[in-house]
Ligand binder design. Structure first.
Ligand SMILES: Cc1ncc(COP(=O)(O)O)c(C=O)c1O
Length: 375
């Protein structure tokens, strides 16, 4: 098992998380907020984030896998929780249902698995309709058959359909028309389900972007991931400030070594960068094994309030910045990213440098980085 190692730490600002959640809860009311804590709460630490979310009145938690739900139960969480992704014969589905975790059902096969895994427990299920994402969920053509089978199971007393749900494809691009089509199809699927006798009490479609941009997409509950962590879902939605949220994670480490190199000296694998003057280099002990994207171009870090550029390739455990024009000492604190309030880069900046999304930047910060919770 990988242990935290070295000076790197992801500082998690619990006040910021709770303020983000409180802000989103009031923005989307009367819809309920589910805090999405899958993937170790997007790298922030699921157990700690779940507990902090419950403290500010979050009723529902959402995870992808049964094992993620079970880890939260093992840590003492007892509140409403939904797990939405499992493969046939998932060995943890039974324990998940026994731990009072609601599970998603996208097909008649899923329904069969849940009935077997939930024997004697009368599990709560959320039927998932694919309204256009083309990922999980039941196609509309198969929906009446799934609804009928679920209703039959309800009448037989083996499960309860608590929810009907779906997931957006382009909610982070508010100008696109497909979200309205998804809402329309979701309403149609709800109509079919109700006509056929289902009475779901929790209908849900929206993630952060959908919840914030489209009041008509809020239904009974919204599933909030990235917004809780203080990151904007995308450029088109504006900055965290525009959305009234604050980034929760700040990634920090220390300069491991400082050295001078002569002009012409190369740096890191492939020697893709060479100094054009005598230079001072700072070695930063974090690499792609810790989630620093190797593909980053033009990335910067902050040391002693100044920004410096990464030079040469990012390696597995380390990378190098050119500090020739700064006043840097070995052991100085290095801010890889943070809220941006003090001029440091943000996870969104790293996403731009690595041509990815900020979700990936925070989620991939690895287990060698210690998490420190700041309240
Ligand atoms: C099914 C589902 N709902 C909600 C979310 C939360 O989305 P966001 O982080 O954009 O709020 C996710 C995250 O990917 C998801 O997979």
């Amino acid at each position: 098992m990988t242990q935290p190692h070295g000076p790197a730490e992801a500082v998690i600002d619990i006040d910021a998380l709770q303020a983000n959640l409180a802000h989103i809860m009031s923005a989307v009311a009367p819809a309920t907020v589910m805090a999405v804590v899958k993937a170790d709460a997007y790298g922030h630490g699921a157990v700690e984030i779940a507990a902090a979310a419950r403290e500010v009145g979050i009723e529902w938690l959402g995870v992808a896998f049964p094992t993620e739900a079970l880890a939260l139960r093992a840590a003492g969480d007892v509140g409403p929780m939904l797990a939405w992704l499992y493969a046939p014969d998932d060995p943890h589905l039974q324990a998940c249902i026994a731990a009072d975790v609601d599970v998603s059902v996208s097909s008649i096969d899923d329904l069969g698995d849940v009935v077997i895994a939930g024997a004697g427990r009368k599990p709560f299920v959320h039927l998932k309709i694919d309204t256009g994402l083309g990922r999980g969920g039941c196609p509309i053509s198969d929906w009446p058959a799934l609804v009928r089978a679920a209703r039959d199971a309800e009448v037989a007393g083996v499960l309860t359909v608590r929810g009907i749900w779906s997931h957006f494809a382009v909610s982070d691009e508010p100008h696109r028309s497909e979200s309205a089509d998804q809402i329309a199809l979701f309403n149609k699927a709800l109509g079919i389900a109700r006509e056929m006798g289902l009475e779901p009490t929790i209908t849900h479609l929206a993630n952060t972007a959908g919840a914030l941009m489209r009041p008509e997409a809020r239904f009974d509950l919204v599933r909030i991931g990235i917004g809780a962590y203080g990151i904007s879902p995308g450029h088109d939605l504006g900055s965290p400030d525009d959305l009234g949220i604050t980034p929760v994670m700040s990634l920090r480490t220390q300069v491991a070594q400082l050295k001078q190199i002569p002009a012409g000296h190369g740096v890191s694998y492939g020697l893709t960068w060479r100094a054009d003057r005598p230079s001072t280099l700072a070695l930063i002990p974090l690499g792609y094994a810790d989630g620093i994207p190797r593909s980053s171009v033009g990335a910067e870090v902050q040391i002693s309030g100044q920004r410096f550029t990464v030079v040469g390739r990012i390696a597995m455990d380390q990378f190098v910045v050119d500090v020739t024009d700064g006043d840097v000492a070995s052991g100085d604190e290095v801010v890889i990213f943070g809220s941006g309030d003090d001029g440091e880069p943000t996870a969104a900046d790293w996403a731009m440098w690595a041509d990815t999304i900020a979700y990936e930047i925070v989620t991939r910060i690895g287990p060698r980085v210690r998490r420190r919770y700041k309240v």
